[in-house]
Design a binder for this molecule. Structure first.
Ligand code: TNX
Length: 500
């Protein structure tokens, strides 16, 4: 590492270096706190899990013992009482004084978010996995913070290329630092089916046996999926499983001949075309199959949502699409879940419990606007702004460009609450950054596309619009560079940002 980079990692973090920008940050002079070998972490009953996670991060780089206990006193304290009511269910207050850092929230989720802010307030090398030298100083500050939208999401396509549970967990760690609270896993597409369904075992064993380019593919056992779900939950992230249908279903159709209208299973598919497959809308077995899949998935998914895809159904007629969705949406409800669908689902006038996910490249969509008018909440993922699989520039190596090139500023400079005509702030559930993986093969590829764009989306989802400011944001973003270096994150060094 260059000595400039070493210095950047050692420098005390300025109080305004947090991403997403908090609602309110006030500097408190002469109130810095330094974490030392005698610092203790004190947690309210119920918050020791969050305290242990924080201790885990801080112990690795400081080498300090940092014992966690249910006690009160100096040091780092996590309290579940006394927070300003404005913090709501996910916000927190963080006060730094010479004797400690006090984080207060109404919920464990709020405390978790407060601890992520604390990480940003420590020198960048706090993120190192090996012991570094201090001082570990937190600048004197008072922070009050809570999210703009209840949903800040990231989607990972594990169907086009399969990613191991360890890679998914690492992505969870990386997005949790930016207060992302939903991880949408795109578990099935033409090229692969990635989750065991006991009543239809060939989905995983056959449908999961390859991927784009013809590699070995893979799938998650239910135990592995549940492990990912709990790992995410400990980090305030709810997993949303997606089974894309009626299109994007070749892997399922290849696994079971009876799901095809002609009774013949197509071969497995390892290319990157879209729009060529469809479930057989007229066959009863199709809905028995979907009932089984949704029942089994709902049973291992504690979160409220199941994503049913619904995009690019170019091999399904409009009438069939409507018939299909009107049968499938009630199945999701029957198993106690709310459906999310790509925005084409808005065309069937779905019940207001359904969330259409906007992925268009324009600023208007009449079906989405009508759904918003009827009371459906819309999830915002405009492809030319939020798609993490688009190339940054024509010369960056991986990614697609059908929705355009998305440099860091382009990905940051839009307002999800005033983007699609007649879909106002109150109709928006939140934002999500989809990362499709036709061109993405490794953990490093995922990181290169997500960083630095994902933090920008996270800020759009969390921070009040009044804090939106590219010039200020790019300074804060620059300060993440040394953090990502310390974490070993393979990020894109956009020339729009003056990395230290
Ligand atoms: C469109 S976006 C798709 C995906 C592709 C993606 C590639 C959407 C809902 N469907 O099937 O992977 O483009 O960027």
């Amino acid at each position: 590492m260059t000595s400039a980079a070493t210095q950047a990692q050692a420098a005390a973090a300025p109080i305004d270096s947090v991403i997403p920008a908090p609602v309110s940050v006030t500097a408190v002079p002469n109130a810095n706190y330094t974490v030392t070998s005698s610092t203790q972490i004190r947690a309210a009953a119920g918050a020791t899990g969050v305290a242990d996670l924080l201790a885990g991060v801080l112990r690795r780089s400081t080498g300090f013992a940092l014992p966690v206990s249910q006690s009160t006193g100096d040091g780092i304290s996590l309290q579940l009482s006394g927070a300003d009511p404005q913090v709501g269910t996910e916000g927190y207050q963080l006060d730094v004084s010479t004797t400690g850092v006090l984080i207060k929230a109404a919920t464990v989720a709020g405390l978790f978010n407060g601890t992520q802010t604390l990480r940003h307030l420590l020198p960048a090398k706090i993120e190192s996995s090996t012991v570094q030298s201090g001082p570990w100083t937190v600048p004197g500050a008072r922070i009050l913070d809570y999210p703009r939208f209840a949903y800040r999401g990231a989607m990972l396509d594990v169907a086009r290329h399969f990613f191991t549970p360890d890679i998914v967990k690492r992505y969870i760690d990386e997005i949790a630092l930016y207060k992302v609270n939903y991880l949408h896993l795109h578990l099935a597409d033409d090229q692969g089916w990635r989750i065991v369904i006991d009543s239809w075992p060939r989905l995983a064993t056959v449908g999961g046996s390859t991927q784009v380019g013809g590699g070995a593919g893979g799938f998650y056992t239910k135990a592995q999926y549940s492990d990912i779900v709990s790992y995410a939950a400990a980090r305030n992230i709810t997993v949303i499983p997606e089974i894309d249908m009626p299109g994007h279903t070749n892997a399922a159709l290849a696994s079971y001949a009876e799901l095809n209208c002609n009774g013949v299973a197509p071969p497995l598919y390892t290319g990157t075309d879209v729009g060529f497959s469809s479930f057989c809308v007229s066959k009863a077995v199709t809905y028995q199959f979907i009932d089984d899949v949704v029942r089994e998935l709902a049973a291992i998914t504690p979160g409220p949502y199941i994503h049913i895809g619904g995009d690019e159904a170019q091999s399904t007629s409009d009438a069939d699409y409507k018939t299909f969705m009107n049968k499938v949406l009630p199945i999701v409800t029957k198993y106690g879940k709310q459906a999310i669908g790509w925005h084409e689902v808005a065309k069937v006038n779905p019940p207001t419990s359904v969330t259409p996910q906007f992925w268009g490249t324009g600023r208007s969509d009449s079906a989405v606007a009508s759904a918003a008018g009827r009371g459906n909440k819309i999830l915002m993922s405009p492809a030319n702004k939020a798609y993490l699989d688009m190339k940054y520039t024509s010369s960056t190596p991986i990614g697609q460009d059908w929705a355009g090139k998305i440099e860091v500023k382009t990905g940051y400079d839009w307002n999800p609450g005033a983007y699609v005509t007649n879909v106002g702030e109150a109709a928006v559930r939140g934002v999500e950054g989809p990362l499709w993986t036709e061109t993405v093969k490794t953990r490093q590829d995922i990181e290169f596309l997500a960083f630095p764009r994902l933090p920008g989306l996270a800020e759009l989802g969390w921070s009040p619009w009044s804090k939106h400011n590219w010039d200020a944001y790019k300074q804060r973003l620059a300060a993440q560079g040394p953090r990502w270096q310390a974490m070993g994150v393979n990020f894109y060094r956009s020339t729009q940002v003056s990395w230290p």
